[in-house]
Design a protein around this ligand. Structure first.
Ligand code: SF4
Length: 386
């Protein structure tokens, strides 16, 4: 016969059961890693095998294949359940409710996918807007010169790990602005406070973020040396709660003005290769033909396309290099990428000449000029007879 739970514990189990019912009723939870991990975690506890058994069986019955790790909802039912359970059953071992599997890296930067928008690889400032998704979009759309990327953060474990690894993969990022709305404490997720605590105090011996107030601020998929390099690489700009794009962009500009240059102490060498460009050395004729570009004050930018035997077959007129170039591509007038690059450059020069009223002379295509074709004997119509 089972012992009657202590009143505090009975109240906690009632909260857990109630939150499980909320998750069962909410379709979004069925495919969420948070809810799925919670069901598995509670199943492994003594109350899960007894008092909570019926609710857990019904919860397991609604689970579907995982679509996302955690939606970062304002109120997360399994997190509320975990908090109540952990307070009432401090000795009961419970596995982490949030998924903590290492996400797969991909080649390039950023190596880990996430809810962010990349603006410029070579810029020094990353902005984390915490729970304010719209704010991240607004900042990225403004695309100031100093901004590398802007994105959200919903969890104090996997989410922070992604930031650490994505920052370490780009030595140009030297500042981390943390702003926007931090997730409500009722959820158990406090990613903003945890990220600030990580920058200030690092990890303790158990891999837990020193000073983090959330329930699960444990980083399992980044090494201690990666965390230390991250702390050395970026300077934290704590603006948690700030949601005014203007003030955040001021902070971005102020950081960019004192950019110390790329960080040299990253523990890996997966930085994106930087290729030194040089002028093309040789001319390769485009089988599609050659181009004549010039500005005309009445017609705008003019592009004449000739087949290689010297016969004009198309004329394009337009107001901008983009329009003229796109029309040339649509009509198949270019078959080589270097020719397309050459056309873009000439159209830009021609547009500048039109705008400033300066003379324009078309550059010859890069490389040595082609050999002139031998002249064909001309038929004068003479019969040779006198
Ligand atoms: S974050 Fe929590 S409430 Fe939101 S879908 Fe996942 S389990 Fe449900």
């Amino acid at each position: 016969m089972l012992a009657t739970p202590h009143p505090d514990r009975a109240a906690a189990l009632a909260i857990v059961a109630e939150q499980l019912e909320e998750g069962i009723a909410a379709k979004k939870c069925h495919a969420c890693g948070c809810f799925q991990a919670a069901v598995a975690a509670f199943e492994g506890t003594a109350p899960g095998r007894h008092e909570l058994r019926s609710a857990l069986e019904r919860a397991r019955g609604v689970l579907t294949p995982t679509k996302y790790d955690c939606l970062g909802c304002q109120v997360c039912y399994p997190a509320v359940a975990e908090n109540a359970f952990a307070d009432a059953f401090p000795g009961e071992a419970i596995a982490p409710l949030c998924p903590t599997d290492a996400p797969a890296e991909r080649p390039g930067w950023p190596p880990l996918p996430g809810d962010y928008r990349v603006v410029r690889y070579g810029a020094p400032v990353a902005v984390c807007t915490l729970n304010s998704a719209e704010l991240a979009g607004t900042l990225a759309a403004r695309a100031p010169a100093g901004l590398a990327l802007a994105g959200t953060l919903h969890t104090e474990n996997l989410g922070i790990e992604r930031i650490v690894r994505n920052v370490l993969a780009n030595p140009h990022v030297r500042f981390l602005v943390v702003c926007g709305e931090d997730t409500r404490q009722a959820i158990g997720h406090l990613p903003g406070q945890s990220l600030v605590a990580l920058c200030e105090g690092g990890l303790d011996e158990a891999g837990r973020i020193r000073g983090a107030a959330g329930k699960r601020p444990v980083l399992r998929n980044v090494s201690r040396s990666q965390v230390e390099a991250f702390r050395e690489q970026v300077e934290l700009v704590p603006l948690v709660g700030e949601q005014d794009p203007g003030r955040i962009l001021e902070a971005v500009a102020s950081c960019a003005a004192r950019d110390p240059g790329p960080f040299a102490g990253a523990p890996s060498d997966d930085a994106i290769p930087v290729v030194a460009a040089h002028e093309p050395a040789r001319l390769v004729l485009d089988p599609s033909g050659f181009l004549v570009v010039y500005p005309d004050p009445r017609r705008g930018l003019v592009l004449e396309h000739y087949r290689n035997e010297g016969v004009l077959d198309c004329v394009i007129e337009g107001a901008t290099p983009g329009a003229v170039g796109a029309a040339a591509v649509e009509r198949g007038l270019l078959s080589r990428l270097d020719h397309a690059v050459y056309l873009g450059r000439e159209l830009a020069r021609a547009e500048e000449s039109l705008r400033l009223g300066t003379p324009y002379v078309q550059d010859r295509a890069p490389g040595p000029p082609p050999e002139p074709e031998p002249a064909q004997p001309q038929d004068c119509g003479c019969t040779g007879k006198t």
